[in-house]
Design a protein around this ligand. Structure first.
Ligand SMILES: Cc1cc2nc3c(=O)[nH]c(=O)nc-3n(C[C@H](O)[C@H](O)[C@H](O)COP(=O)(O)OP(=O)(O)OC[C@H]3O[C@@H](n4cnc5c(N)ncnc54)[C@H](O)[C@@H]3O)c2cc1C
Length: 437
């Protein structure tokens, strides 16, 4: 049995790994780019690797942690506590402890208490069907009030979903808040985040190496142009003007790419998928000679500012991992037609530095050793209301074609942990459907 896996992000790599392990199939990964890892990939900074997009894991990311153990990487994991902050009305407020919340002046005292209690109340909320028909805004306003929404939640959702912030089904935020509480088993002050020494690419690479040692194959620079479908059956994949034949294909890249590749899939099936949109992600990546602040994650609530988050990675993990340099991500999710997404690196640098200086006046250009811009068209799925009714299943209506991608991680957030769960679940379905022991 020969199987192709399209994509070598964490979903593709784990799909290939578990397919090989759990079915004994001959598995080949087809990757468009020249490197593995996708959104969870890394690049070389001096002697070390670092993510293009900031990443950490939670203590309850059990699928990810299990894979770390299975691949013998436990020694490489760092658990770190960190400080968060909130920039609002021109002031940086610390926002890590319950006391910080009580001192958060953009909210009235009553609304600070209300915001503090809302997490517990939301995590006990049970009517999830109702949440699928309600926006995150409608839901949160009930718990935190209008001011709590405007001054606290709305800016954070803009950071995450750009202009689509008010279109997200409430079940998503419910899931985020409920699972976040699990990460804070010791109370609000004790949240810790995990990081892999040498970047999360360490795990991606170990997955690939193990897969190759066991006989798997990867074809880099293999841009799949079409999944050939005839009479509702998968006949192969078109790569480099050649149709390569497989018994089964697993597609793991973003849903709109699936729509593009499957020109002959059933019309109604494809039309439903077109309802799922994706935001782009744009990151300004700074290498600094010294630290910018003591905050790891600073949410920026400022309508003028072109980025919504300042994430100082080296306030989560030690600077010595990067020869004493500080690493800062300036984060923004946006629509593909947003002018910022198409700007040249030089223009973004000028714009971002101006606003960074305004928000954190201690910043100056002399601190900057390097500046990079990373962008990806498919940064974040935007699910429509009532999505669970037509969320695509792993088995497609096309015989021989399976799908596992971030659009199916719903209502959970599309973190790496759930990408691995997705791979495991898709393979379980595959084995059942195809009668494989
Ligand atoms: C800014 C940012 C921060 C994040 N932070 C975290 C975090 O802290 N913790 C966490 O767990 N998760 C985080 N995530 C989420 C996580 O990175 C992604 O959900 C995950 O990496 C998605 O993996 P994937 O394999 O499904 O997709 P992708 O990473 O998008 O991989 C898809 C792969 O398919 C390939 N491909 C596309 N088209 C074709 C084609 N036609 N032929 C062949 N190959 C193709 C692509 O080149 C790519 O390699 C973050 C994401 C972003 C954007």
């Amino acid at each position: 049995m020969k199987i192709a896996v399209i994509g070598s992000g964490i979903t593709g790599l784990s799909t290939a790994y578990y397919l090989q392990k759990n079915t004994g199939a001959e598995v080949e990964i087809l990757e468009k780019g020249s490197e593995i890892g996708g959104l969870a990939g890394a690049f070389k900074l001096g002697d070390t690797l670092v993510e293009k997009y900031y990443h950490f894991i939670y203590t309850h990311d059990n699928y990810y942690l299990e894979l770390i153990r299975e691949l013998g990487l436990e020694e490489s994991i760092l658990w770190c506590s960190s400080k968060t902050g909130y920039y609002s009305d021109g002031v940086v407020y610390p926002f890590t402890t319950a006391l910080d919340l009580l001192k958060f002046k953009p909210l009235s005292f009553f609304n600070r208490i209300r915001l503090g209690l809302s997490g517990v109340l939301i995590s006990y909320y049970k009517n999830l069907d109702k949440l699928e028909q309600m926006t995150t805004e409608e839901f949160l306003v009930k718990f935190v009030g209008r001011q709590g929404w405007e001054k606290f939640w709305k800016p954070m959702l803009i950071v995450k979903f750009g202009d689509n912030y008010n279109k997200i089904p409430a079940v998503w935020i419910w899931e985020r808040i409920a699972s976040r509480f699990k990460s804070r088993s010791g109370g609000v002050n004790n949240e810790v985040f995990g990081y892999l020494k040498g970047s999360f690419q360490t795990l991606n690479q170990k997955l690939l190496d193990t897969f190759i040692q066991r006989g798997g194959k990867i074809l880099l620079n293999s841009d799949v142009k079409e999944i050939v479908i005839e009479n509702n059956a998968m006949k192969g994949v078109l790569v480099s003007n050649e149709v390569k034949k497989y018994d089964y294909v697993f597609f793991t890249a973003s849903l709109p790419l699936f729509v593009d590749l499957c020109k002959n899939a059933p019309y109604e099936y494809i039309e439903n998928m077109k309802k799922v949109k994706y935001d782009c992600v744009l990151i300004g990546f700074l290498v600094l000679k010294k630290e910018l602040s003591d905050i790891y994650w600073l949410n920026v609530s400022d309508s003028e500012c072109p980025f919504g988050g300042i994430i100082e990675h080296t306030n989560l993990v030690p600077k010595k991992l990067y020869d004493g340099r500080s690493i800062v991500y300036l984060s923004k999710y946006l629509n593909p037609d947003h002018p910022l997404y198409k700007m040249e690196t030089g223009e973004i640098r000028e714009l971002y530095f101006r606003h960074l200086k305004r928000i954190l006046p201690q910043f100056n250009e002399d601190m900057v050793e390097d500046f990079y811009v990373f962008r990806n068209r498919y940064g974040q799925p935007i699910w429509p209301m009532g999505y669970s009714k037509f969320k695509p299943s792993y088995k497609t209506p096309v015989q021989g074609l399976y799908m596992a991608n971030t659009s199916q991680i719903y209502p959970n957030d599309r973190g790496m942990n759930f990408c691995i769960k997705l791979a495991i679940d898709a393979i379980d379905t595959f084995k059942k459907e195809e009668g494989i022991k």
